[in-house]
Design a protein around this ligand. Structure first.
Ligand code: GLU
Length: 315
């Protein structure tokens, strides 16, 4: 058995998922649901779902894997993949790919760096990416995004959580400021369309089970082994994973690299998507966030899984 097969052996994954769930369940109360989007503050911090999807097998599941949550920042990875595919590009002109060291919605560096976002996973960069989705209106851009999700997971429809969308649209002045600032510097054409499409993309709902399936192409060098369909070229997939590894966990990306050692992206709804290249995807969801904005129980679950299954890329 080679390394990948050994890691992906089902009974071993099942035992690790049970262990991760038990361990993470003990810390769900340590975090607090995101407060700055009023609708997210209502989430039950006791929820916990873990979905581990090996490339060549059915997902291994534990807990609240069918509870829908909004994609929030995890959507940034999928929008990035779609824009790379549509533009047939490995790098996006105008976007840097450096870790930011600033808050995810910071405007400071934008001012210093002439409107150029540090990377596509902080809000400014993500809004710039979303502005490049096809369509002139935010609804059209949002449709292109959900259509892509539908293709990825072969599901009939993806729903917008209207309450979360409205809640963020009402309170998202800072994201609007980022979009307008980038418009001033010529990076975003229509800032109101871009930011509204971004709010819609963030408020798209998914479950941990679905997310682990939809993202499978990221573990498969761009190809989903279930259908054999290629959703992204190999080198583009490599770019996305490298950007996730460097920029995917807010200001906890270093700690995550040390403790988990995988490319991942977290969102303020409490989800984290991690990818084990060539082997599996892992989607965890638990709404209680720690000081850095990452799911406390989600982080714990990923630490246990990485440890038990020897997943760290640095190992
Ligand atoms: N929609 C959220 C915002 O822009 C996403 C943030 C996140 O998940 O990091 O504030």
């Amino acid at each position: 058995m080679n390394d990948v097969d050994r890691r992906a052996a089902r009974p071993r994954i099942e035992a690790a998922v049970r262990h991760a769930h038990a361990s993470a369940a003990r810390v769900t109360g340590d975090g607090r649901a995101a407060q700055y989007i009023p609708e997210l503050a209502k989430a039950d911090p006791g929820l916990l779902g873990i979905a581990v999807h090996p490339l060549d097998d059915e997902p291994v599941l534990a807990g609240d894997v069918d509870v829908p949550f909004t994609l929030q920042s995890v959507s940034k990875v999928l929008a990035l993949a779609l824009v790379l595919r549509l533009e047939n590009d490995t790098w996006l002109d105008g976007l840097a790919v450096e870790p930011s060291g600033d808050a995810f919605h910071s405007i400071v560096r934008l001012e210093e760096e002439a409107g150029r976002p540090r990377n596509p996973l902080i809000n400014a960069g993500a809004i710039a990416v979303t502005s490049r989705l096809p369509g002139a209106t935010s609804r059209q851009k949002s449709r292109a995004f959900t259509e892509y999700l539908r293709e990825l997971d072969a599901r009939p429809a993806y729903r917008l959580d209207r309450d979360v969308y409205r809640s963020e649209a009402r309170t998202g002045a800072r994201n609007r400021a980022l979009a307008h600032f980038m418009n001033h510097h010529g990076l975003v054409d229509d800032p109101d369309v871009a930011v509204d499409a971004y709010f819609r993309q963030c408020a798209t709902t998914i479950s941990a089970r679905e997310l682990s399936g939809a993202a499978l192409f990221l573990a498969g060098r761009g190809t989903d082994p279930r259908s054999g369909r290629s959703f992204l070229a190999r080198e583009q997939t490599r770019s996305v994973l490298a950007i996730m590894a460097m920029c995917g966990l807010y200001d906890e990306v270093g700690r995550f690299a040390v403790r988990v050692g995988l490319p991942a992206k977290s969102g303020v709804s409490g989800c984290i998507l991690a990818v084990v290249p060539g082997s599996m995807t892992i989607a965890v969801f638990s709404p209680g966030l720690g000081a850095e904005g990452n799911s406390v129980a989600g982080m714990r679950a990923l630490e246990v899984l990485s440890n038990d299954l020897e997943l760290s890329l640095f190992d």
